[in-house]
Design a binder for this molecule. Structure first.
Ligand code: IPM
Ligand code: MG
Length: 353
């Protein structure tokens, strides 16, 4: 008898439900899984605020604890913009990341040659680009105490414990070992004490990985280098806030943020999988959002949490095949593309899987 694995899908807000629908089609088309997949769907973010007055209910948090992995669409939207940070839809996502200890956020930025024209950079700068951003996800300024807002004064704290830096840096070194063995650690050590600690730990760790070539870079320079000469990077490791910013830059280098998946893993490789893009309320409900980032997040789920590397390749190949046939959602279309809807993109990819 096949074993069973549980997946919780949290579509969230904005375009989240649309992209999760298409990801679901792809999951349903997988006929050769080595396990049975039990899928549950529930609310997070604004959708949860509207129904339960909280962006992450204790029921959903419990469910999340009891499944093998989670697929999430996106959270947030104008409707909830007036709420304070502690009540907003985003808080649901941040709590889920932190309560389940999904500290290792992997954000690959890979150029698909079929959509290279959508990039604002010259083709020669980004063809065959393959960067992996390893972002610390459960500490740093997002979660640092103290924090406070008054009427004319507000503050947040960027803080890291040595052990929190060590474990993310370790993931980054391991990832680099499996790739081109180059690691760039990004910080602001010319200004911040927290970055100086970060640097010390990276240097200490590097003696465990003598085959990996390590470089330190200040975050402002890293942002510039990413648009100047992105192919100089292999793996980038950074703190929560810097990683957030750098991963949006790298995503856009490849042409469309609508193409890029992410995995957030805990120590036991249970994961939260999400597209890098947000809830895009301006295009929600119009059937135009690109579902590929979420579909590729399913591919990452199969590889990292469900140990199915063949299915990872299969989904990636199906995406490439549909793109190479000239089909595109609006965000990646060029003059001679066959522009199709979100749902048709999902159907086509699922049919090739
Ligand atoms: C991301 C997003 C989130 C973050 C938001 C929605 C809280 O920008 O996943 O990159 O800042 O981490
Ligand atoms: Mg972000």
């Amino acid at each position: 008898m096949k074993s069973q694995k549980k997946l919780l899908i949290l579509p969230g807000d904005g375009v989240g439900p649309e992209v999760c629908n298409e990801a679901r089609k792809v999951i349903d088309s997988l006929s050769d899984l080595s396990f049975e997949l039990d899928i549950d769907i529930d609310l997070i973010g604004g959708a949860s605020i509207d129904k339960f007055k909280t962006p992450l209910s204790s029921k959903v948090l419990d469910k999340a604890r009891n499944v093998d992995s989670i697929l999430l669409g996106a959270v947030g939207g104008k409707k909830w913009d007036s709420l304070s940070p502690s009540e907003r839809p985003e808080k649901g996502l941040l709590e889920l990341r932190s309560k389940l200890n999904f500290f290792a956020n992997l954000r690959p930025a890979i150029t698909f040659k079929e959509v290279i024209h959508s990039s604002s950079l010259k083709e020669s700068k980004i063809n065959e680009l393959d960067i992996l951003i390893v972002r610390e996800l459960t500490s740093g300024i997002y979660f640092g105490e103290p924090r406070k807002k008054g009427n004319d004064y507000a503050f947040n704290t960027m803080s890291y414990k040595a052990e929190e830096i060590e474990r993310i840096v370790d993931v980054a070194f391991k990832s680099a070992l499996e790739r081109d063995k180059r690691l760039c650690s990004v910080d602001k050590a010319n200004v911040l004490e927290v970055s100086q600690l970060w640097r010390e730990i990276v240097d200490k760790k590097s003696s465990d990985y003598p085959d990996v070539k390590v470089e330190h870079m200040l975050v402002d320079n890293a942002a510039m280098q990413l648009v100047r000469e992105p192919k100089q990077f292999d793996v980038i490791v950074s703190s929560n806030l810097f990683g957030d910013i750098l991963s949006d830059i790298s995503a856009m280098l490849t042409g469309s943020i609508g193409m890029l998946p992410s995995a957030s893993l805990n120590e036991s490789l249970k994961g939260l999988y999400e597209p890098v893009h947000g809830s895009a309320p301006d295009i929600a409900g119009k059937g135009v959002v690109n579902p590929i980032a979420t579909i590729l997040s399913v591919a990452m789920l199969m590889k990292y949490s469900f140990n199915e590397p063949t299915i990872f390749n299969k989904i990636n190949d199906a995406v490439r095949k549909v793109l190479s046939e000239g089909y595109a959602t609006e965000d990646i279309a060029q003059k001679d593309s066959k522009v199709i809807s979100t749902s048709e993109m999902g159907d086509r990819i699922a049919s090739y899987v």
